[in-house]
Design a protein around this ligand. Sequence first.
Ligand SMILES: [Zn+2]
Length: 410
Amino acid sequence: MRTSTPRFTGTGSGKTTSIHLPVISGRTIREHQPPATPDFQFLSADWSDIFTIQETSGTSGTPKSFFLTWEDWKRYAEKYARSFVSQGFGQNDRVVVCASYGMNVGANTMTLAAQRIGMTIIPFGKCDFAPRVITAYRPTGIVGSVFKLLRLARRLKSSGIDPRQSSVDRLVAGGESFADESRSYVAEVWDRPVYNTYGSTEGTMCGECSALAGLHVPEDLVHLDIYDPEMMDFVHDGSSGRAVLTTLLPSGTRAGTLLLNYDTEDTTMVLSREKCSCGRTHMRIANPRREAETFRIFDVPVNRVDIEAGVFQRENMEYLTGEYEAFIQQETSGRIVLEVRVECEDPDMVNKSVIADRFSERFLKHRSDLDRLISENALNLTFTFTKPGNLELHAAKGRPKRLVDRRQQS
Ligand SMILES: [Zn+2]
């Protein structure tokens, strides 16, 4: 259990001094790169040593720039290689990567990691590849988001291929946070284990091992602290807080972008620092949630994953595709409306109130704060049932936004 405060204490010249290390946020980086400043002030190696320039998606403003040396890429690949090996992948595996290649590092890092392990990558970058890929190459693994893996299963089924009878041995879900319920459903549809990976351009790359008991943090390559939401102190293990990372480097080496105390804007908790049943000793954390996907309804936080858990109630999945989106709106009376839209194969054939009740039961479970808002009529939950393909997110480009705050426009 960690009880120290985030400060360094020294006793130079006989006097005790205490220095707080500042927390660096994405905003700090944006404020120290063009157009805010003439130079990239977080660039921490010579230009001649920079192998690639990466950008984050820029959903909250100017994309953040990250500079990677070839040594950085090799360290990133080491993290993913460990993750793959801990999930049982080896040199005889053939893995389709549905994660997108491009300015995000994930797919490229996995490809480099495969080279280290000696396994084969089929780099589609999307999940809309032809079903013949499955029958011809007989891949043993697929990497994609929960929704990509579900969509792929539906397409395979419609072309006469049963995912449960396919060559695939295991699936790796990454790229976004997910609910336990949606992961379980993917595992059921494919009848295969689904392992979580959590990675970012900034260099956090953690992976679940075959024990499925949290994500191992590669503690020799990255130092991860969990801060309280006010970013004033560490939280105890088992308590939720913001993941703050620091790049660790071998003595005498450089990173293209050296991050110290970098706020990932993701929320997680330390599950255990004890030795895992897989034999690994690196600490394990819970599936991180994105702060950018958390909205406050009268100070009560609601994360996209809270909605997802309600949608993926097992009995509901006999009728739903799993695709969903939700909108937060405010009526002129001040009351907040949370509209949940779900896709069903046939909206006319579903018992809508039963599905809505199952959603609400899960959504409000252990959430007396939300339950109170509803009983006080300050919050109203509404449900819309649509045919496949009719959700707004299908028309949007880029990463789908499944929980949208529309209070500004209303
Ligand atoms: Zn383990």
